[in-house]
Design a binder for this molecule. Structure first.
Ligand code: DAH
Length: 340
């Protein structure tokens, strides 16, 4: 008994003095190793001289001591790992484990950039619905049932008479009804047309519609907005020009071109030697559309534009084939950054 208490006290002292993992291991060997104090105690015991009771008593004492040593060692190890001293010994200069970050799709990147700048200009952002009614997609945009413009957009009709929206313009009258005027809003999102797929046509593509309605909105406002947005996307000053274009829901309607960013207008293969690249259709909102949205066209005017997000992403990142965008190939996506 005397021995055992002495051993326990000694062990505690040695553990308290041990400051490293190596020293703790040395203590373990001194007690539990092949020639350790505890091991030898058993080896040296002369069982032939012990009565049955004495053997039993010895066994109990021995097991208790062994468990005590193991517990104390375990506790000392655990304390060492969480002590400030141990933490201070972590080498902060070692390289860490790499965590893999994701990548944003090029269309998301362009969309997020445009959203940031439009938000800063006080524009609402709404995404609308993929499944739309004939009224919002066509009728309210001054495209009645027999209008030839319907043939320009080969529509996926659903069996219940609804359709997959062919353009984000479907949000225009919805937003006028919901928010009234004055209104500034952009509507980014997915659109669908029954197109034969090739390098520049997809049945699923992305647009970003813009709409601003207020008193005294003119073409100057439209041009200013377009220049701001495009400068933000391309990270450089862009030069724009307007050509007449026809869309039933704007009057007058335009095609907006930007000066080719590859040759700065000098003429190259990308701009087909013209110096200009056709980028987005736009115009002043047709009075009929304002009326459908419950807005008085004698008091209010507005501009609208329909940016092809897919086209823009392809131009910005030099993507040669539209099919890459929807293919879901990680090798493609991994070439783009994780944030805007
Ligand atoms: N929605 C038209 C399309 O997808 C594009 C468009 C043209 C939108 C003129 C507009 C606009 O807002 O003013 O073909």
């Amino acid at each position: 008994m005397q021995d055992i208490q002495a051993i326990q006290t000694q062990l505690r002292d040695e553990l308290a003095a041990a400051t490293s993992e190596g020293e703790l291991e040395a203590v373990r060997v001194r007690y539990l190793g092949r020639k350790g104090v505890v091991t030898l105690m058993r080896k040296n015991a002369d069982f032939s001289r012990m009565s049955a009771d004495e053997k039993k008593h010895f066994g109990q004492q021995f097991n208790q001591l062994k468990r005590f040593v193991e517990d104390q060692l375990g506790q000392a190890r655990a304390a060492r790992q969480t002590s400030p001293k141990a933490q201070a010994s972590i080498d902060m200069t070692l390289p860490g484990l790499n965590s893999r970050s994701g990548h944003l799709h090029p269309i998301s990147l362009v969309q997020m950039e445009l959203e940031d700048i439009a938000r800063a200009m006080g524009f609402l952002i709404e995404t609308g619905y993929h499944v739309e009614t004939d009224f919002y997609n066509f009728e309210s945009l001054n495209i009645p049932g027999d209008h030839p413009a319907r043939d320009m957009q080969d529509t996926y009709w659903l069996t219940n008479g609804m359709l997959l929206r062919t353009h984000t313009s479907a949000n225009q009258v919805r937003a006028l009804e919901t928010h009234g005027v004055p209104l500034r809003a952009i509507f980014p999102g997915r659109c669908f047309r029954n197109e034969a797929i090739d390098a520049s046509h997809e049945n699923t593509f992305y647009q970003l519609e813009g709409l601003m309605v207020d008193t005294d909105i003119s073409i100057a406002n439209l041009i200013a907005m377009m220049k701001t947005l495009l400068t933000a996307v391309f990270h450089r000053e862009v030069t724009v020009r307007l050509r007449p274009g026809y869309f039933p829901f704007v009057e007058p309607g335009f095609e907006l071109d930007i000066q080719c960013l590859i040759c700065d207008g000098g003429g190259c293969a990308t701009c087909k030697r013209s110096g200009w690249v056709e980028l987005l259709p736009c115009g002043l909102v047709h009075p009929r559309v304002l009326e459908f949205g419950g807005v008085d066209p004698d008091r209010y005017s507005g501009f609208a534009f329909g940016l092809g997000l897919t086209r823009l992403a392809m131009m910005k990142y030099n993507i040669p084939d539209i099919r890459l965008l929807n293919a879901g190939d990680l090798r493609f996506c991994e070439q783009f950054p994780a944030s805007v």
